[in-house]
Design a protein around this ligand. Structure first.
Ligand code: ADP
Length: 479
């Protein structure tokens, strides 16, 4: 039962207003009894609507006495001569009581509706906050604090059965809500309330399975709000757990895929030059009578093979560094032709069977870039174009300004790339299915290029038509 709290100042105001009405009507205005009852009723209604039933009842009783004493003959006494006036007096009293009851009901309905609305708003905010984290531990730790922050409660604690741990809104709450008590309430399996400490608890359930218990202390929260809160928490915990498991299994799958791809690529790519080196060394050792030109040929195979292995190791190391974000860029305003000259010089040998046609838009502005790295990207594009297109077909290089950015492209007349492969070729170690057994490569050139361009806040892209060729391009922000 709720204790009735009465405010003396309010009571004084009720009496004073009643006294004022009585004084005005009995001394100054001299109105009819009907006007007096109407005014008293109005007073009772207003009081009931704003301050509640208790004040209205007191006012009604006092008004009945005042009506009898001042306005029903014989005046100045509490006796009533005419039986008709008894009826008038009781009619007034009954009307005042019923009206104050009705006004009180309306007032409580408004209060309850307002409270529900506020609780709904708080629940909505709370649900938004629950969705903001993707980590189970972070979520569990934050829930009790968010409850205290969002709802009008002073303490919150949550017991999670899978870990048998209790999470508190702050450490001092441990004294108020003991962890053993929470476990015991959870064991009982029913919602609990302790009116003395204003402690309310609700079971966290997923479907019918209990997964924990939520306890709050402080102001009275409605049971619906507490249960809704418990439902939201159960769903959020399960949602984050499921997301974490999915991420873990996705990460495990991805690392497994990379491991297999790396192993395939590395075993194949290392084995080919190593076989050449090993064969050449064996021949050199077992045939001391080889002539000079044969010896030189075998030594060239050894040199080429070692260079290739060296390049492979270099690319793998660079890839790992780019992945770890450890590559520092030396960005400064440069002309794109600086990077292009470096790349063309380095690719001279691979490009010897291709005519290279360079078209740079006149007066190109400077771009922000690390020349060495951008030259490296161009080098990958150019060696791929040479590697994957038939000898004696031309390769075109273009650079122009488009949409406020510098776009540079390398086009070839090679076999083109199937549309399903166009995004895959930028993934680590991916090698085109038609090329992987014919043309040597590691599947690292394009992912390295992509990482470099993205570190420059640019974008890498490809357009290709099967049987006609491919265009690889990248954009760079202007200086
Ligand atoms: P690699 O050339 O060592 O295989 P890349 O990452 O440079 O590695 O390229 C990945 C794949 O993209 C290649 O295996 C090839 O299938 C495809 N590719 C790249 N450039 C071209 C091109 N110019 N024409 C056709 N296919 C290409």
């Amino acid at each position: 039962m709720k204790a009735i709290r009465i405010s003396i100042p309010r009571l004084v105001i009720c009496v004073a207003v009643l006294a004022a009405i009585t004084a005005i009507y009995s001394r100054v205005l001299h109105v009819t009894a009907a006007t007096v009852t109407a005014t008293f009723l109005l007073d009772v209604l207003v009081i009931s609507a704003f301050w509640g039933l208790t004040y209205a009842l007191v006012t009604s009783l006092l008004a009945t006495l005042a009506f009898n004493y001042f306005f029903l003959p014989p005046f100045g006494t509490l006796t009533i001569a005419d039986p008709q006036n008894w009826v008038a007096l009781f009619a007034f009293l009954a009307t005042a009581l019923i009206a104050s009851q009705l006004a009180e009901r309306a007032r409580t309905a408004v209060l309850v509706a307002n409270r529900r609305r506020r609780e709904l708003e708080q629940l909505y905010l709370f649900s938004q906050q629950l969705l903001s984290t993707e980590n189970v531990l972070e979520l569990l730790n934050s829930i009790p604090r968010q409850i205290v922050g969002n709802f009008e409660v002073t303490a919150a604690a949550m017991f999670v059965s899978s870990s048998q741990k209790v999470y508190y809104s702050d450490l001092s709450v441990q004294e108020l809500i003991k962890s053993d008590e929470l476990k015991e309430m959870f064991g009982r399996g029913t919602p609990t309330t302790d009116p003395e400490r204003k402690l309310h608890a609700s079971i966290l359930r997923l479907g019918v399975r209990p997964i924990g218990l939520l306890a709050v202390a402080g102001e009275d929260l409605s049971r619906e709000t507490l249960d809704n809160m418990a439902n939201l928490i159960s769903i959020a915990i399960e949602h984050v757990r499921a997301a974490e498991n999915l991420n873990k299994s996705e990460a495990a799958r991805e690392s497994e895929r990379l491991r297999t791809a790396l192993l395939d690529s590395v075993t194949h790519e290392f084995r080919t030059p190593l076989t050449g080196i090993k064969g050449s060394v064996t021949t050199l050792r077992s045939n001391p009578a080889l002539d000079e030109s044969q010896r030189q040929e075998l030594l060239a195979i050894i040199e080429e093979g070692s260079d290739r292995i060296d390049r492979l190791i270099g690319e793998a190391a660079e890839m790992a560094q780019l992945d770890a974000g450890k590559v520092a860029l030396h960005i400064a305003p440069h002309d794109i032709s600086e990077a292009l000259d470096v790349a063309l010089e380095r690719c001279r040998q691979s490009l010897e069977h291709h005519a290279v046609d360079v078209k740079l838009q006149p007066d190109l502005p400077l771009v922000n870039m690390d020349v060495v790295r951008i030259a490296e990207v161009l080098q990958h594009f150019l060696t791929n174009a040479a590697k994957y297109s038939p000898p004696d077909t031309p390769i075109h290089i273009m650079s122009e300004i488009k949409d406020g950015q510098l776009i540079t492209s390398v086009s070839d007349h090679g076999p083109g790339i199937e549309s399903f492969e166009q995004s895959l070729i930028f993934e680590k170690f991916y090698r085109g299915q038609d090329q992987r057994s014919i043309v040597p490569g590691t599947g690292m050139g394009l992912p390295i290029s992509k990482a470099i361009i993205e570190a420059h806040a640019g974008a890498i892209g490809i357009t290709s038509q099967l049987g006609h060729g491919s265009v690889f391009s990248f954009t760079l922000p202007l200086a």
